[in-house]
Design a protein around this ligand. Structure first.
Ligand SMILES: [Zn+2]
Length: 500
C-alpha cells in the first residue's frame, strides 16, 4: 500500500499525516470550504508534527472532530494526543555537521597566525556585521505561526548581541579566567537589500514557500531530507550574497522537532575544506533556525530552548566552533580552555558535574557553554579560545572576512564606498600588523593609483594617491579594523588592516 503525505492547513498551521488516498495539497480556502460544507464539523489545532517514531504529536491542545469524507480533498481523520515529544531528544537540538580533521589542520594554521598577531594588539577588534533573516512561511499573515513578527526577530538580535558581548551571568567561578567576555562581534539587522534599497523591515526577507510550489519545510520528518531540501531548493533561490550578509533562514522545522543547523566556514583559499560536505559554499552559507527557537517572544515556544541561545550556538558553528564533546565520547573541540566532556549535556546540571569522567577534566564539565546542549536558561559563556577561533574566521574566512564592510548596517549614504568591495578582483596584504603610523603593501606598478580607506561600517575615511614609496600615512586613524581599496587601470584591489 502506498502511503502518501497529506498537508492540511488549519488556521494557518500545518498538520501532516499519511493517507492512502490520492495526495492533495489543500489550501486554506479549500479547508475553509470543507468547513463551510459541513464536511469537517470542527477543527481546532494549535500546532503539531511527526516525531521520529512517526507518531503525530501536538504541542499544546487539540480537539478535532471530522465528519464523513465526501470530497477528495476533505479528509476525515481523528488524531490522538501524544505528549512523548515533550522529552527533549538531544539529537533534535542541532543538526550541524562537524568538519573533518583536514579542515581542522588548515584552520589550526590560521589560528596560529592570528595568535601571533594578537600578541601585539592592545585592544580587541570589533566587527559589526549585517544579518538578513529569510522568513519562510506558507502565506499566513505576518505575526502568525512561522511568519514571525519583526519584534520576534528583534528579540533574537538582542540575545545574540548579549551573548556575544558576554553579558550573561551564572558562570561558575572556576571558569572566570577563561570566560571570553566580549567576543568583539556585533550583529545588526541589514538596513539595505542587495540593490542598496532600504528594506521596509530591516533585516527581514519574507518568502512564501507555498506560492513558489516548494514542499512544506514543516513536513520534513527525515533527517536525510533536510540538507537536500535546503541546499537544492530553498537556499540557492533565496540566499543573499554571503560576502555581505549573514543569511539566517527562519522556518518550520517541527517535522523533525529540530531547533536549527549551520555550516562551518570555508577558509581563506577556495579549496580549503572543499572536499568536505560539511563546509559551506556560496550557495548554502548560513544558518537555518526553527521559528520556535528563534527569539524570546510570541512564537518562540520551543520547549526549553525559547530564550534565543540556540541561535548563538549555531552562530558559533558558523564562526568555526565545535560542540563541547567533539561529537564523540570525551572528544575534542580543539579549545584548550574548555574541559573535556563525555557527551552532550541536556537539562541543567549542577556544577561541578562529571569531574574526572573524561581524562584531564579537573573542573567538571562546562555544560553552561553555548556550544553544549544544556537548556537555554543554563547557558552563560563562550571561552577565550572559542573567541580566538571566531575572530580567526572573521579575519580569514572566505565568506566572513569582508562582512561588515559594505555599509549595510547604516542608512547614512554619505561617504559610503562599496564599489571596491563589490568589484574587487584581487586581494593583497598590508603591513605592519597592527599598524599605527603608516601602512605598506605588496602590489607592484601602482604608483599614482588612487586609494580609499573605509572604516568597519564601510564609510570612507581617507582618500589619496599612492606615492612611489607605496607608504600611506594613517596616523590620523583611530584604533580598529579598516579596509583599503586601490583602484588602477580599471581593477579594484581590497585589503584589510588593523590600526592599534
Ligand atoms: Zn550544534
Amino acid at each position: 500500500m502506498h502511503m502518501k503525505k497529506i498537508v492540511i492547513r488549519i488556521n494557518g498551521k500545518h498538520v501532516n499525516y499519511e493517507h492512502t488516498n490520492s495526495t492533495k495539497l489543500i489550501s486554506l480556502q479549500q479547508w475553509q470550504l470543507c468547513l463551510k460544507k459541513g464536511i469537517i464539523h470542527t477543527a481546532k489545532v494549535e500546532q503539531g508534527y511527526y516525531n521520529k517514531q512517526r507518531k503525530f504529536s501536538l504541542n499544546f491542545f487539540f480537539a478535532i472532530f471530522f465528519g464523513t469524507l465526501s470530497s477528495n480533498f476533505c479528509l476525515a481523520q481523528s488524531i490522538t494526543s501524544d505528549r512523548k515529544n515533550s522529552q527533549v531528544d538531544e539529537k533534535s537540538i542541532c543538526a550541524t555537521l562537524e568538519p573533518d580533521e583536514e579542515w581542522e589542520i588548515e584552520f589550526a594554521e590560521k589560528i596560529k597566525q592570528y595568535k601571533e598577531n594578537l600578541l601585539n594588539r592592545k585592544t580587541a577588534v570589533t566587527y559589526t556585521v549585517p544579518v538578513i533573516v529569510h522568513i519562510l512561511h506558507s502565506g499566513v499573515p505576518v505575526g502568525t505561526g512561522e511568519n514571525i513578527s519583526a519584534k520576534q526577530v528583534a528579540s533574537q538580535m538582542l540575545v545574540l548581541n548579549n551573548d556575544f558581548a558576554g553579558n550573561l551571568t551564572g558562570t561558575p567561578a572556576v571558569f572566570n579566567s577563561v570566560n571570553a567576555g566580549n567576543i568583539g562581534i556585533e550583529f545588526c539587522l541589514a538596513l539595505k537589500d542587495q540593490k542598496g534599497n532600504l528594506l521596509p523591515e530591516p533585516g527581514i526577507d519574507r518568502i512564501d514557500w507555498y506560492s513558489k510550489g516548494w514542499d512544506d519545510p514543516g513536513s520534513i520528518n527525515n533527517i536525510s531530507s533536510l540538507q537536500p531540501y535546503f541546499n537544492n531548493v530553498v537556499k540557492p533561490a533565496t540566499i543573499w550574497d554571503p560576502v555581505k550578509y549573514i543569511n539566517i533562514w527562519v522556518v518550520d522545522l517541527n517535522g523533525l522537532n529540530l531547533t536549527g543547523f549551520a555550516f562551518f566556514p570555508a577558509g581563506v583559499s577556495n579549496n580549503f575544506g572543499a572536499s568536505a560536505s560539511t563546509i559551506e559554499t556560496v550557495n548554502n552559507s548560513g544558518i537555518v533556525m526553527n521559528y520556535k527557537a528563534f527569539g524570546t517572544i510570541e512564537a518562540a515556544t520551543f520547549p526549553y530552548y525559547d530564550l534565543g541561545h540556540i541561535t548563538s550556538h549555531e552562530m558559533g558553528h558558523f564562526l568555526g566552533l565545535r560542540h563541547m564533546w567533539g561529537d564523540s565520547n570525551c572528544g575534542t573541540d580543539y579549545c584548550n580552555d574548555t574541559p573535556p566532556a563525555k557527551q552532550a549535556n541536556n537539562g541543567c546540571n549542577s556544577h561541578p558535574y562529571n569531574i574526572g569522567v573524561c581524562s584531564g577534566n579537573t573542573t567538571g564539565e562546562m555544560f553552561m557553554n553555548h556550544m553544549d546542549y544544556s537548556y537555554d536558561k543554563c547557558k552563560s559563556l563562550f571561552t577565550k579560545e572559542q573567541a580566538i577561533r571566531m575572530q580567526t574566521v572573521m579575519a580569514t574566512g572566505t565568506y566572513r572576512k569582508f562582512l561588515g564592510t559594505h555599509g549595510l548596517c547604516t542608512s547614512n549614504s554619505v561617504g559610503i564606498q562599496t564599489s571596491c568591495c563589490e568589484n574587487s578582483s584581487n586581494t593583497f596584504h598590508v603591513y605592519p600588523i597592527p599598524a599605527s603610523e603608516f601602512i605598506e603593501f605588496n602590489v607592484n606598478n601602482i604608483s599614482n593609483a588612487s586609494y580609499s580607506i573605509l572604516n568597519g561600517l564601510g564609510q570612507q575615511v581617507l582618500v589619496g594617491k599612492i606615492a612611489d614609496s607605496k607608504k600611506i600615512d594613517i596616523s590620523s586613524l583611530r584604533q580598529g579594523i579598516y579596509f583599503i581599496c586601490i583602484t588602477y587601470e580599471g581593477s579594484y584591489n581590497l585589503a584589510k588592516f588593523l590600526v592599534e
